[in-house]
Design a protein around this ligand. Structure first.
Ligand code: PAF
Length: 296
């Protein structure tokens, strides 16, 4: 695996690969890799002839009281894992190379980052879209893969790519979970064994919302209510938000007449965790056959 720290050298690598007719898949990361990242990378490996990744803990997406300085880091371990995929090239720049003194240009998707995490982490998505736009210009991929675990991030990046005519495809990849349902996240490393048990309430809450949908819920608030009830029953889980919103626009809706995303943010101890599930209401014909099944 080639490791490149300079944007100009990375651009040259990609231009040469493109000139040879190669296709480039790209998985941006902040490191401390887990199976979720590796799943994105393996998927990228299948879809293109070259696989690029980046490792950069982006200071601009952390708020002043967030965990930037203590965000888990393990550069050597991450390189080892990337080599198993294998990743062809890793772009790993220093912060002052990505954001030199005098940087003042931001990229922001506005509406889709209003609500949910956007309201609780001011400036976070602006930091994400700015660094991802820069990474796209540096790595020049044909496609880039993002996990659905960070659902609002995924929607913000899709919006940015459409609005700014980036010439690449965004490939969403389903959330990877531990056997017991916990969504994989680098921040799970902060959890004590006891907190990790409590954190299972998030995936349980999403399953409860799914059950509520199957039982014929009519409005998104019923789904959010079912999830919230599970979280409230779990001691040591502090809810930040539980919402069911339009899965495309992330805006609130009144009726369950399209796909919704049930999104949760909660603190377990000092650790902020997020999880979500996209739920699609059964069509009228499916509802009919379900009611026939239950009648028969
Ligand atoms: O999802 C992440 O790890 C980060 O937000 C990303 C996309 C690498 C941008 O820093």
């Amino acid at each position: 695996m080639e490791i490149i720290a300079s944007p100009a050298a990375m651009q040259r690598w990609s231009e040469n690969a493109r000139r040879r007719g190669e296709t480039i898949a790209f998985v941006p990361t902040m490191g401390f890799l887990h199976e979720g990242h590796l799943t994105l990378m393996r998927e990228g490996r299948k879809r293109a002839t070259r696989l690029a990744s980046s490792l950069f803990v982006n200071p601009t997406q952390f708020g002043p009281n967030e965990d930037f300085s203590r965000y888990p880091r393990n550069f050597e371990g991450d390189c080892e894992l990337m080599r198993t995929v294998p990743v062809d090239v890793l772009f790993a720049p220093e912060p002052d190379v990505m954001f030199p003194a005098g940087s003042q240009t931001w990229v922001e998707a506005t509406e889709v980052t209003t609500g949910l995490c956007g309201d609780r982490r001011p400036g976070h998505f602006r930091g994400v879209t700015t660094v991802v736009a820069k990474l796209f210009n540096i790595v020049k991929p044909h496609l880039a893969l993002f996990g659905e675990k960070d659902f609002q991030q995924l929607r913000a990046i899709q919006r940015m790519v459409a609005d700014l005519n980036f010439d690449l495809e965004i490939v969403p990849v389903a959330t990877v979970r531990e056997a017991d349902g916990l969504a994989m996240s680098s921040r799970n490393a902060y959890l004590t064994p006891e907190e990790r048990q409590r954190a299972l309430a998030l995936s349980r809450a999403l399953r409860a919302a799914g059950e509520c949908m199957k039982r014929g819920a009519r409005i998104p608030a019923q789904l959010a209510g079912a999830a919230q009830a599970v979280l409230e029953r779990t001691p040591g889980v502090e809810i930040e938000y539980v919402e069911a919103v339009d899965a495309e626009t992330l805006r609130p809706i009144d009726q369950l007449d399209r796909a919704v995303v049930v999104a949760i943010a909660a603190r377990v101890g000092k650790t902020r965790l997020i999880d979500n599930a996209v739920l699609t209401p059964a069509s009228e014909s499916e509802k009919l056959s379900l009611s026939k099944e239950s009648a028969g």
